[in-house]
Design a protein around this ligand. Structure first.
Ligand SMILES: CC(C)(COP(=O)(O)OP(=O)(O)OC[C@H]1O[C@@H](n2cnc3c(N)ncnc32)[C@H](O)[C@@H]1OP(=O)(O)O)[C@@H](O)C(=O)NCCC(=O)NCCS
Length: 405
């Protein structure tokens, strides 16, 4: 049977696609209680695609129009890819491959520079040219041991916001204080709508704390208690901080002091922090903070290699030539001469050869050329070229986005 892939626009089709994705994910219940027209507020028009087999919707993929920050601060166009799912009865027939390839050609036609996604499994997306470009760590703090060093500043005022106020305030705070860290992405209106829907349909307590004077806030934390069955008598009352947006050092320390100082709370779990987060340095007893997991975060697909390489900054005075190979988007198969001053196309023999998935892993500076070479994802006959490339691609801040989508 032939598979037809097309853009979905009708409300019924969009709801069917959302439910195909949710059935594919197994652990997500079908959508319910959506108001008429609400689904269209959760999606970017023209971005949801469906794969039909014999007229039946069997798979779907989505993207949201966004931007992404590269090393050095340049912000490039970005497709935030999400909701890829194929019904269990139709898997391993090439449907996801057709959807992802369709998407990537569409992104290239739109002139988008990169695409990123969060992967449910680590074995799916490399074959389509995605590489792991950033990671996050989960950190647990035992509050009884978490005294701050005397030199740590106090930070600004923090207050709780009602959820009703928060859905106006949080997007405003995020947009006004977008971090310069590589890997930062937009949080567009559809993302906030989706978060609000999930949040309002999840039972249980949840809180939003904002940092800064009213009207001039500079950060926020969304947190909720977990394991609440024996809350009244528990000696391990815990909160999980699901969203910690602290882009200035004042907001960082202000929110941290607020969260670690909450009455009753024995354990604070930061679900996502960048790998270079300074938290242990702020504590007298650094072992009060324990890293409990490190997860891959941004899977990045370079859609336009020339634009992506030209837009990021390079460190130092070295020079290296790199040949990129991209069978799916052949315009990216080219060689580039890279120096601290920038990038030019070149016909010279390349010192390093890399597939588009390796370039995606390297673009934000979240790994080293040495690691890629050790893994067989980059190739060279000149190991010294790897050191030069590593100096050029080095970044001051570990890449990180801090969101799922
Ligand atoms: C992941 C998923 C979309 C793949 O769909 P699919 O239509 O079966 O994929 P394809 O048939 O196009 O498979 C392409 C290749 O990827 C491999 N592959 C697909 N899913 C894989 C998985 N979960 N783990 C390992 N390999 C996988 C296939 O074996 C195939 O390999 P081949 O080209 O060497 O033969 C589908 O399994 C699914 O919906 N899973 C549950 C939802 C999910 O995890 N979605 C991703 C959210 S980020």
């Amino acid at each position: 049977m032939t598979t037809e892939i097309r853009v979905l626009n009708a409300e019924d089709d969009l709801i069917s696609a959302a439910n195909v994705f949710r059935a594919a994910m197994v652990g997500f219940p079908p959508l319910s209680d959506l108001q008429p027209g609400q689904i269209t507020k959760l999606l970017d028009p023209g971005r949801t695609i469906g794969a039909f087999v014999g007229g039946k919707l069997a798979g779907t993929a989505d993207a949201v129009t966004s931007t992404l920050t590269l090393p050095g601060g340049a912000i490039v166009s970005h497709a935030a890819v999400t909701h890829i799912g194929v019904l269990p009865s139709f898997t391993r027939k090439g449907i996801a491959t057709g959807l992802v390839q369709h998407q990537l050609r569409d992104f290239a036609a739109r002139g988008e520079v990169v695409a990123t996604l969060r992967a449910s499994e680590a074995t799916i997306y490399e074959r389509y040219g995605y590489g792991v470009a950033s990671s996050f760590q989960t950190v647990e703090i035992q509050t009884a041991r978490a005294a701050f060093r005397s030199g740590v500043p106090t930070g600004g005022p923090v207050r709780l916001l009602d959820e009703a106020e928060a859905w106006d305030a949080l997007p405003r705070i995020y947009d006004a204080h977008r971090p310069s860290r590589p890997g930062t992405i937009d949080r567009p209106a559809v993302w906030w709508q989706g978060l609000r829907l999930r949040s309002e349909s999840t039972p249980g307590a949840r809180y939003i704390a904002v940092h800064g004077e009213p009207g001039n806030e500079s950060g926020f934390a969304r947190y909720r208690p977990i394991d609440t069955e024996r809350w009244f008598v528990s000696d391990q009352r815990s909160i999980v901080v699901e969203d910690f947006f602290a882009p200035t050092s004042e907001a960082y320390v202000g929110l941290l002091r607020f969260l670690l100082g909450l009455d009753l709370i024995d354990r604070v779990v930061f679900w996502m922090l960048p790998l270079d987060d300074p938290l242990p340095w702020l504590l007298v007893d650094r072992r009060a903070a324990r890293v409990t997991a490190v997860h891959d975060e941004t899977w990045l697909r370079v859609v336009d290699a020339e634009k992506a390489l030209a837009a990021r900054k390079y460190a130092g005075t070295g020079a290296v030539t790199i040949a990129v190979n991209d069978p799916l988007l052949p315009d990216n198969s080219a060689s580039f001469a890279i120096t601290g001053d920038g990038v030019e196309g070149t016909n010279q023999r390349a010192q390093i050869r890399v597939g588009i998935e390796g370039l995606g892993a390297q673009l934000l500076g979240g790994t080293t050329w040495r690691s890629l070479a050790a893994a067989g994802l980059a190739h060279t006959e000149d190991p010294a070229a790897l050191d030069v490339a590593d100096q050029l691609f080095a970044v001051a801040d570990a890449p990180y986005s801090g969101t799922f989508f």
